[in-house]
Ligand binder design. Sequence first.
Ligand code: CO
Length: 470
Amino acid sequence: MAEEIKRPVKITDTILRDAHQSLIATRMKTEEMLPIIEKLDQVGYHSVECWGGATFDACLRFLKEDPWDRLRQLRSGFKNTKLQMLLRGQNILGYRHYADDVVEYFVQKAVANGIDIIRIFDALNDIRNLDTAVKATKREGGHAQIAISYTLSDIHTLDYYVNLSKEIEEMGADSICIKDMAGLLVPYEAEKLVKALKANIKVPIQLHGHYTSGVAAMSYLKAVEAGVDIIDTAMSPFAMGTAQPATEVMVETFKGTPFDTGYNQELLAEIADHFRPLREEALSTGLLNPKVLGVNIKTLLYQVPGGMLSNLLSQLQKQKAEDRFYEVLEEIPRVRADYGYPPLVTPSSQIVGTQAVLNVLTGERYKMVTKESKSIVRGEYGRTPAPISEKIKQKIIGDEKQITCRPADLIEPELDKIEAEMLHYKEQDEDVLSYALFSQVAEEFFKYRQAQKSKIDPKAADEENKVYPV
Ligand code: CO
């Protein structure tokens, strides 16, 4: 009997980024990561996703940590494993479009501080918004992975995805990721999509799913059988729910098959032992809401990604309007259709989500319109997958003009100006980028950092004086 051809599936573990972003609002601290890095590094992962996405903002805003320092600490711990980050194209990790010089400098510093693979995506799949980041990544010697934001609508057909992937490959992507942030990719569609892409694309294909609707592990199985090269999973204590399928489960699934990862299940169990108490603690403090852990089949109806579900819930809780949750969920697809069917992912998920909340709570659709809603309709985020109707345009921006060029073409270089603004806080080059992305939050962090130092320094000086009296 002919021996079966081995085609081990590769795994990116998201435990240090998407897993905790999806389940506990990105609150995992660096000190909670460091003790387990040595073991994570022994697994043999394709990569560990550990930076970017919301982690940068969360570090500065909530954890009072320097995200660059986190990256350097992770880099020095991971000796064998590639480190991966998520980047929102021209938005970098922020919520607006930046000038090319900021994007280029950010990518340069991300690679210089230890990132190997940059997954780059645009919320609207407008590939003009990826160009600068992709070129910069390749110039710095990084691996540029381009992600397609997966969504469902009349215009998001198999042909649409194949054509988009061909354009992406031509742009120079080193690999392509199907980014299913909402858990919309059902198993047999996954099989069809992966087969179609594998038939047309030469670079490796990676699948990034979320368990929100309960089908992700089955979709992974069908995708792997159909030829997908890499899957994204999370260590079990922070897996499933609105996060990824569990690493251990997928490893076990493929054991003894041509797709066998060869990973050591005992080592994975030891790693899970490290994260389990963190899960228990998050459950006891309420940081991990059991609501995001169950199967939410409504995500298939409303196409709402996991992170967005938990954000909406807390937004409504703050307004004491938790009981309007399902009304808001029903309003989301209507707003999405009005805005030309953008895939729901940062920042479009926030734009559509917040507008849906306003539409429900004010009792009249578009009575109040956010600044970001105006921006998306004006074309300031790029081209929406479908055109926006004249009626909606009138309602939201009146007679204002829309732009049709790449939005960043209208932004002058801004790095020097930004640096001049924050120079008195600058302790490292990277601080300029923290400030560029989150000026107010970064400023508060810089002040905090200074205060911590002046708290520590006099004491340290005293200690020194004791040892070496002068
Ligand atoms: Co994700």
